[in-house]
Design a protein around this ligand. Structure first.
Ligand code: DC
Length: 210
């Protein structure tokens, strides 16, 4: 079974997807980490983020591995911590907007999905990567709440700056964000993590029962 969890930054995707995967004994696949790792490598190698062809070649030549426990590696380097910075937050959309880059990463994501039970988190999983996913969820939350959640994850930046960054990233990610027509939208603003996980687990149970 494939469970697709899409939605904007700060909607709770990672926390929810990881906990759901634990409960179900499924793999957890964070596709945003792939775009982040590629962005990290592009910065490291001084690749122009406007150069789609060069970024695509970089993606082809350097497979990003994303492990269950959250360890992310690219080009032989552990970038698990390095990809969760304000600097990467600010430029990752510039890499993700190139269609040919997306095709390379989507192909890998589909290959991972083909291995079986997984909770996959991203922006375009239910609509494009795995349109045949058994469960499709689109998580949202009010902008102020999303910024508040990010404050805990990016302690170096104040709430106002984070809210501005999120707004800018939302605008840049809009082109990549595709809610599947058959996705169930869940507004997580006033829900606890476990309440969200419970709802998705219930959806998964209905699919299992057919
Ligand atoms: O979920 P995240 O914030 O770690 O994702 C980082 C960036 O990667 C996000 O700004 C948009 C992009 N992304 C994407 O375009 N498609 C995906 N399936 C996942 C992430």
């Amino acid at each position: 079974m494939i469970i697709a969890i899409d939605g904007p930054a700060g909607a709770g995707k990672s926390t929810v997807a990881r906990r759901l995967a634990e409960r179900l004994g499924f793999r957890y696949l964070d596709t945003g980490a792939m775009y982040r790792a590629l962005t990290w490598l592009a910065l490291e190698r001084d690749v122009d983020l406007d150069n789609g062809a060069e970024l695509t070649a970089l993606a082809r030549e350097n497979e990003v591995t994303v492990e269950e426990a959250g360890r992310v590696t690219v080009a032989g380097r552990d970038v698990s911590t390095a990809i969760r910075t304000v600097e990467i937050d600010r430029v990752v959309s510039s890499v993700a907007r190139h269609h040919t880059v997306r095709e390379v990463l989507r192909e890998r994501q589909r290959a991972l999905a083909a291995e079986g039970n997984a909770v996959m988190e991203g922006r375009d999983i239910g609509a494009v990567v795995c349109p045949g996913a058994d469960v499709k969820v689109f998580l949202t939350a009010e902008a102020a709440e999303r910024a508040r959640r990010r404050t805990d994850e990016r302690p170096g930046l104040g709430a106002d700056a984070l809210a501005t960054d999120l707004r800018l990233r939302d605008a840049r990610d809009a082109a990549q964000m595709e809610a599947a027509a058959d996705a169930e939208t869940i507004d997580t603003t006033d829900l606890t993590i476990d309440e969200v996980v419970d709802r998705i687990e219930a959806l998964a149970a209905t699919r299992t029962r057919g």
